[in-house]
Each structure stands twice: as C-alpha cells, then as structure tokens.
Write a protein that binds this ligand. Structure first.
Ligand SMILES: Cc1ncc(C[n+]2csc(CCOP(=O)(O)OP(=O)(O)O)c2C)c(N)n1
Length: 265
C-alpha cells in the first residue's frame, strides 16, 4: 500500500513528459542547439491537434536531415531545397494529410528559394517550419542567405560583405507580400519566454493549413553555438542582442488577425 501511494505521488509529480509525436531516440543535435526545442514544439502541437496518424513531415538536408528518427509520424527525406515541392505533391494527393516541412535557412532560402516562393505564391496548404540559424550548420558553418552583415563564417572569413554577396534575406517579410500566404511570422527559441511565444505563433501556421486558409510559415531564430563558436548561453544572448535587429520578431501576415477573444503575443 505504501509503495502504491509512493508511486502515485511520484506519478503526480510528472510535470514534463515526452510528446507522443516524438520517438524516444536521442537527438543528434549539438547540446544547446535550438532544433531539439523546435522539434518539441512541433510535436506538442501535433499531439494537441490530434494529427499524429495523418501527419507527413518533410525533412530537408542539414542538421535536421534525420528528423524522421525523432518524429513518430510519416516522413519523407527530401533533396536539398525540395521539401516544399515534395510537400505540395503529398498534400495534393492526400488532402486530408497534415503536411509540414522542416527546413534550415541554407535549404529553404538558398537552393530551395524557387520552391519556397512558388509554393507560397500558389497558396499550398502546407505548414513550413523554417529554422534560421544564419549559417549552414551541418556542413561546417558556411555563409547562408541569412548570414548577417559582417558576420564571420568559414566562407566569409573577413565577414559578410553585402557589396560582394548581398544583404541577409528576410524571408517571412518577403513571403508575406504574396497572395497565397495566410500566415507568416518570426519567432525565436532563445529563451523560455520566446519559446512559448513561438509555440503560439506556430499554432497559427498549423491552423492556416487545417482551416484551409492558405500557406503558413513560421521562421524561428535558433542558435548554432558550435559554428558560431559560442557557448549555448552566449549564442542565445547573441540572438536577442544582434540577430533580432536584422530579423525582427513578429507577425507579418495573419489571416486570423482580429479573432475575438484570442491573444497570442
Ligand atoms: C543537393 C545538395 N547540395 C548540397 C548538399 C550539402 N549540404 C548538406 S547539409 C547542407 C547545409 C544545410 O544548412 P541549413 O539548411 O542552413 O541547415 P542547418 O544544418 O543549419 O540546420 C548542405 C549544403 C546536399 N546534401 N545536397
């Protein structure tokens, strides 16, 4: 009896558990990297909307190439930049599926930029999770379209020179101008508070698809402490101090704006 009471008490103390939509496999990400947190947010929403059995995720190349190990749902591993093209095909063939892409900035805004713009412009009913760490993480920290001005990377050892290679691309601002986009926002997982906000915005990117409003994208600023050569804490502080100046957090297009009684920021 005592043991039962003891175990009940311990059960009641569980305040944090693994979402059903995540497998128990350990992450391959560097300690402190934001991908793990963002995976969790996506999985929590899959659970909350009850979507697990009809979800198809699209893994991009990059550090999140193994997303299919971590999400307990169907997944397709896509060639560099082609996640939204794959997502379009799956969604059109299976309109009842919940289809999301999970892409880094190198994947989405470099090789995949054409797919990105046209999928958004067509208003594909897909949800895009865009992880912006301002760098190509997996391949050793090369410059990405989102690398900040003067930022040192392995391919810009003297800092990114906009005169030579252009300015950082603000993806959600750009996409928000397109008719087919129902929801476009930028969030960050640099702190617990920002992570909670990120989830509220991500929820709307889910709803854009579920309620057939149009294309939904959430850009999430995330650290790459390894290639930025910083500790995880320093890297998150750098997001809050520097990255948000170039990539301001906020909502850029919101088909749900003005909904009565709903506040998400
Ligand atoms: C067609 C193709 N070109 C290039 C590569 C090499 N490649 C693998 S991962 C990667 C960088 C991905 O960076 P990003 O999308 O920013 O994701 P992160 O690793 O930072 O999460 C590149 C260039 C590839 N796998 N396939």
């Amino acid at each position: 009896m005592e043991a039962l009471a003891d175990s009940k008490e311990r059960c009641e103390q569980i305040v944090f558990d693994r979402p059903d939509a995540l497998t128990s496999r350990g992450y391959t990400y560097c300690p402190g990297c934001g991908h793990g947190t963002i995976h969790r947010l996506v999985a929590e929403l899959i659970d909350e909307f009850g979507l697990k059995d009809r979800t198809v995720g699209m893994a991009s190349v990059g550090c999140s190439v193994f997303s299919y190990w971590f999400f307990d749902c169907d997944f397709i591993s896509c060639a560099h930049g082609r996640a939204m093209a794959n997502a379009t095909g799956v969604k059109r063939a299976h309109p009842d599926a919940f289809v999301f892409t999970y892409q880094g900035d190198g994947d989405l805004a470099s090789i995949g930029m054409a797919e990105t713009i046209h999928a958004a412009n067509r208003g594909e009913l897909i949800t895009v999770i865009f992880v912006n760490n301002a760098i190509y993480g997996m391949t050793g920290g090369q410059m990405a379209p989102t690398t900040l001005e003067n930022m040192v990377t392995t391919t810009s050892p003297l800092g990114r020179d906009p005169l030579l290679v252009g300015h950082p691309i603000r993806v959600v601002e750009m996409l928000s101008l397109l008719e087919g986009v129902a929801f476009a926002a930028r969030a960050s997982v640099s702190s617990a508070k920002n992570t909670l906000k990120a989830k509220a915005l991500m929820k709307k990117a889910f709803r854009a698809q579920l309620e057939k409003k149009g294309f939904g994208i959430i850009e999430i600023l995330s650290n790459c402490n390894t290639n930025w050569n910083k500790s995880p804490i320093e890297a998150n502080e750098w997001i809050d101090a520097e990255m948000v100046k170039v990539f301001p957090l906020g909502v850029y297009k919101d088909v749900f704006a003005g909904e009565k009684g709903k506040k998400d920021e």
